[in-house]
Structure formats: C-alpha cells, structure tokens
Ligand binder design. Structure first.
Ligand code: G3P
Length: 237
C-alpha cells in the first residue's frame, strides 16, 4: 500500500512546502501528494488553494501574481515564518527535490474552480523533461482535466478524485479510462474496492489521518492512502 504524504508531511510542517516534502522524503514515504496551479506569468506552482490567504500572509489569487511576487509571501505557520523552505515552491523545485527519492508523485491538477489554460500539457511536458512520467499519477476533481491528460498521453497514470457519491463509479471510471479512483474516505467500502480491483482499477483514498481508518482501509486492500501523518502510517505497517 502506498503511503502518500498528503501535501508533504503536512500534519507537522507547512503544507505543500519544500520543508514538508523534505520531511516526507526523510521518513522514506512511498508517495507524495501535491497540488498545482498556474501563476500570472504561466509558471506551475505548488499550493492547495486558488487564494494564498489561508496558508500565507497575503491575499489574492495565485493566477493574479507573478512567480516573483508569490515568492515574497511568508508562510502563516508562526514557527516557520522565516524559513526559506516554506515559501510557495514551483513544481520544478519540488521535482528537483523528489526526483532522486524512490517514490510515486501524485500531482493533483487544481482546475476545480479555475481552468488554467494549458496546465495539463505544461505538467506533462515537465514530468517528461524530468523523466518522471512512470513515477507520476495525475489526479483531479475536474474529470475533464483527466481526459485532457489522457488525450495528450494515453498511457500516463491518472486518478479520478471525488468527494460526493457517483452512481456506478467503477463503470464511470472505466468509461473515462482512469487508472485509479481517488475517493474521500467516507465514500469507501470493502465492496467498492473489490469491484474496482476486479475491473483493474486502483483505489487511493484521502485524507486518512485516524489510525483506525488506516487499519481498516489496509484490510480492505486499498492501494494507497493519502495522509497528513505519513510517519504514523509508516509506523503501524
Ligand atoms: O489528492 C488527495 C486529496 O488531496 C484531495 O483533496 O482537497 O486535499 O485536494 P484535497
């Protein structure tokens, strides 16, 4: 089962920062999950929300700032405020850090609210430039984004995120030709995982922070869990 550090080791360190990713690598996780948006000057940056306000001292949308402007914002977690590794990283910086580690990278393309022009191709070009294509899963809540990824590269691994029940979800996943479903943990049953597996579809589940859930979902044969506490998941298995 893949232990995906969700936004890095984000339970104890500022999410989606080089520090959180470095901490995840240090504990030898088998996967890292991160979120990608595009800046005003068309650069891929790693941050969860469209707006920087929740995680950084500042206000405004990622798409309205240049990379240089974004780099000036300090992280909101007081202890890490002046830590250089806690600025908004580019996807390239994260790939530079993670490329040598033996892990799967789940890149969530954040087109849920804003569909950044060409983001799918930009991400795929970059992972090819880093020769990381075979170690990457591209996921999104926006299933059109997943289909665009498949059009660009039919063999790239994809994960379909969802947080509301979808009728006949395995059939739907097959129809849109994803490799994995990525449901919220409350939408998962043993039967769902069995049905997905029978149809050659993997099941990676988010966000699993409770030990009881980790144990239960491992017993159900989940393929991967996204957790803010990868060190705990590692310790119990
Ligand atoms: O990719 C798994 C998980 O990160 C999806 O939810 O809201 O954290 O992007 P969210």
């Amino acid at each position: 089962m893949i232990n995906f550090a969700h936004r890095g080791a984000s339970g104890n360190f500022p999410e989606n920062t080089l520090l959180a990713f470095e901490k995840a690598i240090n504990i030898k996780v088998s996967g890292i999950e991160l979120d990608v948006h595009k800046t005003k000057d068309n650069r891929l940056v790693v941050i969860h929300d469209e707006d920087i306000e929740r995680t950084f001292y500042g206000k405004g949308l990622v798409k309205d700032f240049t990379l240089e402007e974004l780099k000036k914002f300090k992280c909101r977690k007081e202890l890490f405020r002046d830590n250089e590794k806690c600025k908004i990283p580019t996807l390239e910086e994260v790939l530079d850090l993670t490329r040598k580690a033996d892990l799967i990278l789940n890149i969530e393309i954040k087109t849920d609210n804003i569909h950044y022009k060409g983001i799918e191709k930009d991400v795929i070009d970059l992972i090819n430039r880093y020769s990381l294509r075979n170690r990457v899963i591209l996921s999104s809540f926006n299933h059109e984004t997943i289909q665009i990824c498949k059009k660009i590269d039919k063999d790239v691994a994809t994960g379909m995120l969802y947080d509301e029940p979808i009728e006949n979800v395995v059939e739907y996943a097959k129809r849109i030709k994803v490799n994995a479903i990525h449901p919220s943990k409350d939408l998962v049953s043993k039967e769902l995982i069995e049905e997905a597996h029978k149809n050659n579809i993997l099941v990676n589940i988010y966000t699993v922070n409770e030990i009881d859930d980790m144990k239960r979902l491992k017993e159900y044969n989940a393929n991967g869990l996204f957790t803010d506490y990868p060190e705990i998941l590692k310790e119990i298995f």
